[in-house]
Design a protein around this ligand. Structure first.
Ligand SMILES: *Cc1c(COP(=O)(O)O)cnc(C)c1O
Length: 392
């Protein structure tokens, strides 16, 4: 990074490249170098960078109305709420500006529900080790990676951590004050770990038995990424509360938490709010995204491309057993666990014009635009082949 570029930023990221333009599934830096994008702005830019219809919808909305606050209805927000509620199987939604804010809202809703049942409830929350839910104080409090949390303590109290995919470890933590069990349907930052079937259905049963809110974080794995619109559809269950963001607006900052009627009604006028959340510009994007997903059968495309991508990665794993330990994930949310340093692979790929992102300390994460084609997957795997060959 040049000192010049970093001078006025609080230094929380180690950045190198300056991107100036996007086209199709490629980004271009300021020297005109082309990069194949397998990161999609961290699982956000599902439509890639050249969807003219999406761009036109935003331009039109800019000309019509950008913002009025949540003191009033707007046409795009009403429409987007209906689309998201129907798509997620939920009854009511609340739009936010980010994933972390969606988590904050979900946690507040779970606590409010418990409070209405018993005003003395301690509102305890069970979250998972190696989870990631965002950087705000509430979201951080339920994030199960200590180095993210420790410097910022004290965080919100009443949070305990269980082992992901270990039902017994969750059950042991339940008390009369537990108000929510919270996890990612597929853990993202933690290393691309999908929830096991028995874990998912087991938690559903526990939450029903004890009247606890089951909260699923679909911020990264939702919006078609795993080959279903929301990843919990793979399990045939419905959470009580869910959060979404990232690809919900495909680049315009927007998130949401959604709930079933039973939980949603716990939030009353004055309990929660946001100035920008779900403004007409953001929700016009959401409406267009849902429309394009349906029209272009994008979710089906994801399952097909996901299978192909996985096969290609598995071939690499067979070729380089000393460097690649595991391939896992669902749809176009794939992880490659490596035995060499993942940061080095990411760095070398960038030099070769391939954008990858890491997850945890030993996983390379593939979360490309959902519109990618086989030829892009082939190109990505060729570059990976070159990189692993260099290290053989
Ligand atoms: C990215 C992410 C968040 C936080 O979203 P932000 O928009 O960065 O606040 C929360 N949960 C998961 C699973 C994520 O991947």
């Amino acid at each position: 990074m040049s000192i010049e570029q970093d001078q006025y930023f609080i230094h929380t990221y180690d950045r190198s490249v300056t991107f100036t333009k996007g086209e199709d599934v490629y980004l271009f830096d300021k020297d005109g170098k082309k990069y194949l994008d397998m990161g999609a702005g961290i699982a956000v830019s599902a439509l890639g960078y050249s969807n003219e219809e999406y761009k036109q919808a935003l331009k039109d909305q800019v000309d019509t109305l950008i913002h009025v606050s949540n003191l009033y209805y707007t046409e795009p927000s009403v429409k987007a709420a209906g689309l998201l509620a129907k798509a997620s199987g939920m009854d009511r939604v609340f739009f936010t500006n980010s994933g972390a804010e969606a988590m904050e809202g979900a946690l507040k809703l779970a606590r409010k529900y418990a409070y209405l049942k018993n005003p003395n409830s301690k509102g305890e929350i069970i979250a998972m080790n190696h989870s990631f839910h965002g950087r705000t104080m509430g979201a951080l409090s339920v994030t199960g990676t200590e180095h993210y949390r420790t410097p910022f303590e004290p965080l919100i109290g009443g949070v305990s951590f269980a082992e992901y995919n270990n039902l017994e470890s969750v059950e042991q933590l339940i008390t009369k004050d537990t108000c929510a069990i919270l996890f990612e349907t597929v853990q993202g930052e933690g290393g691309i770990y999908p929830a096991a079937e028995e874990f998912m259905t087991g938690i559903r049963t526990l939450c029903d038995t004890y009247d606890i809110a089951m909260i699923l974080d679909e911020i990264q794995c939702g919006m078609g990424r795993t080959g279903k619109l929301f990843a919990y559809e793979h399990y045939g269950i419905q959470p009580d509360i869910m959060t979404t963001a990232k690809a919900l607006g495909c680049g315009v900052p927007v998130g949401a938490f959604a709930a079933t009627e039973k939980f949603a009604v716990a939030m009353r006028v004055g309990d929660h709010g946001t100035t920008y959340g779900g403004n007409p510009l953001a929700t016009a994007a959401v409406c267009k995204v849902f429309e394009i997903f349906e029209k272009e059968h994008l979710v089906r495309h994801v399952s097909q491309m996901g299978l192909y991508f996985r096969e290609c990665l598995e071939k690499l794993a067979q070729k380089y057993p000393a460097q690649i330990k595991d391939i896992r994930g669902k749809g176009l949310m794939l992880g490659m666990e490596v035995l060499c340093p993942n940061a080095q692979v990411v760095k070398r790929a960038l030099e070769k014009g391939l954008i990858l992102i890491s997850a945890g300390s030993n996983v390379i994460r593939f979360v490309p635009p959902l519109v990618i084609q086989k030829k892009h997957i082939d190109a990505c795997c060729e570059i990976l082949d070159e990189i692993f060959a260099e290290w053989k």
